[in-house]
Design a protein. Structure first.
Length: 141
């Protein structure tokens, strides 16, 4: 999770939304990403999507040996990618500032919520400082 937090802080420093993610296979980081919707003017580059893209093309069996870490509960879009590739474990930094479709995911993946103050505070500060940007990121007006 420390590596995901580093990605989130890097994204914040770039003027983006502070959410980071890493993909770990057999105990080794094979992909990392951060929310780069602002930086890349992207409609879909959430942290988990960026992480999966940066991991490159993997075989189905590779994903099944992975754990994805995210500083925040994955949204519908990112959850869809996680389910599509059958990544069995999702470790999130927190889900108080935003809760993705965790009910839908349960039973399909193992969800671990670390409920870290560091992740929660980073998001709470960002949401308070840039509510319009945050709402855009999660599809609200």
């Amino acid at each position: 999770m420390k590596e995901a937090v580093k990605e989130a802080r890097k994204g914040l420093g770039e003027g983006g939304i502070p959410i980071g993610s890493v993909l770990v296979k057999d105990g080794r980081v094979i992909g990392r990403g951060r929310n780069r919707r602002v930086q890349k003017k992207s409609a879909i580059l959430h942290a988990e999507m960026d992480c999966l893209e940066n991991a490159g093309r993997l075989k189905a069996g590779d994903y099944e040996r992975c754990v994805i870490y995210s500083t925040l509960s994955p949204c519908d879009m990112c959850t869809g990618a996680i389910l599509l590739y059958r990544i069995p474990v999702v470790v999130m930094g927190e889900n108080r500032t935003f809760k993705g479709p965790e009910r839908y995911s349960r039973g399909k993946v193992r969800l671990i919520n670390l409920d870290l103050d560091e992740c929660r505070q980073m998001m709470a500060d960002f949401i308070r400082e840039k509510p319009a940007l945050w709402n855009e990121d999660i599809g609200l007006t």
